[in-house]
Design a protein around this ligand. Structure first.
Ligand SMILES: NC(=O)c1ccc[n+]([C@@H]2O[C@H](COP(=O)([O-])OP(=O)(O)OC[C@H]3O[C@@H](n4cnc5c(N)ncnc54)[C@H](O)[C@@H]3O)[C@@H](O)[C@H]2O)c1
Length: 271
């Protein structure tokens, strides 16, 4: 699994490991993933330092996995980044932000999936890609991230269909807000983003869940080779009804004077 040193990756690694899986912890930041490995102990754990934007590093991670455990049954393409500690508009974003976010969140998933697929096909295994509720929500002041997650959803859906009949399978993970550093921006890390999120979403959708709660849903979803894992479940109706909800919510956001004011304030702040 990639992004294993982060909040979600660490919790899922722990949960899968407790359920008897051998886990390969792949991350860019060795210190974070070291701490996760320490918690899991020496048995059935392999630690690999790799940057998901570099295909050759993922090929090496897969080779190390096969060397150590002899097979690969589940791939969790999970590493991801936000566009930074502050919200941005498409107009005010610094050059390079879009490329950086797409590089990790989308190309990183592509690289991970492509490197792993020959072995997943061989084992009749399962690929899980981490998207987000941002795959279908309006991505205002977070467009690079939302665009990357919508694209990851497409990879997961297409892959599942393409793998039908092979014995292997794939699914998409759609976390809502989870209490990890990536979500800080919407919960006080950036005052304008926090105000926008509370304006745009009702309270019950805004409550972040713990990575541990998410990890339990992932273990269940991996067990049944789920097409979609949506946590917390309160987002499921929004996802089902997205064809109707989205035009209405887009209209409301476009005509909400407070949203317009806060977005303009973001643009002013960036100047
Ligand atoms: N936290 C949330 O609210 C939330 C919601 C929806 C989706 N997600 C997604 O879940 C995934 C995990 O996020 P998290 O909340 O655990 O965040 P996190 O920041 O705690 O963890 C992300 C991990 O990815 C690693 N990483 C970043 N760039 C990398 C690279 N180039 N190569 C290898 N590893 C790299 C980081 O070192 C970190 O350990 C991300 O894809 C994120 O977009 C998170």
């Amino acid at each position: 699994m990639t992004g294993a040193g982060g909040g979600i990756g660490a919790a899922v690694a722990g949960a899968l490991h407790r359920n008897g899986a051998s886990v390969v912890l792949v991350d860019l930041k060795l210190s974070d993933v070291d701490a996760v490995a320490d918690r899991l102990g020496p048995d059935r754990v392999l630690l690999v330092h790799a940057d998901v934007t570099k295909r050759e590093q993922l090929d090496a991670a897969i080779a190390a996995t096969i060397d150590t455990f002899g097979r690969l049954d589940i791939v969790f393409a999970n590493a991801g980044i936000s566009s930074g500690p502050a919200a941005l508009t498409i107009r005010s974003a610094e050059d390079g932000v879009f490329e950086r976010v797409i590089g990790v969140n989308l190309l990183g998933v592509w690289n991970t999936v492509r490197a792993a697929l020959p072995h997943i096909l061989g084992s009749g295994g399962y690929v899980l890609v981490t998207s987000s509720t941002y795959a279908y929500l309006n991505g205002l002041v977070n467009a690079p991230y939302a665009a990357s997650k919508a694209a990851v959803e497409q990879i997961g859906r297409a892959l599942r269909t393409e793998l039908s009949g092979t014995g292997a399978s794939a699914g998409v993970l759609y976390p809502g807000w989870v209490a990890t550093p990536i979500a800080d921006i919407a919960f006080g890390g950036d005052a304008i983003a926090t105000s926008l999120v509370s304006r745009a979403f009702p309270g019950f959708l805004r409550r972040p869940i713990t990575p541990e709660k998410l990890s339990r849903a992932v273990v269940r979803g991996v067990g049944r080779r789920a097409p979609r894992i949506q946590v917390p479940g309160r987002w499921i109706p929004v996802s089902w009804l997205r064809g109707m909800v989205n035009p209405v919510s887009d209209f409301i956001l476009e005509h909400d004077s407070e949203v317009t004011r806060l977005t303009a304030e973001l643009d002013r702040r960036a100047r």
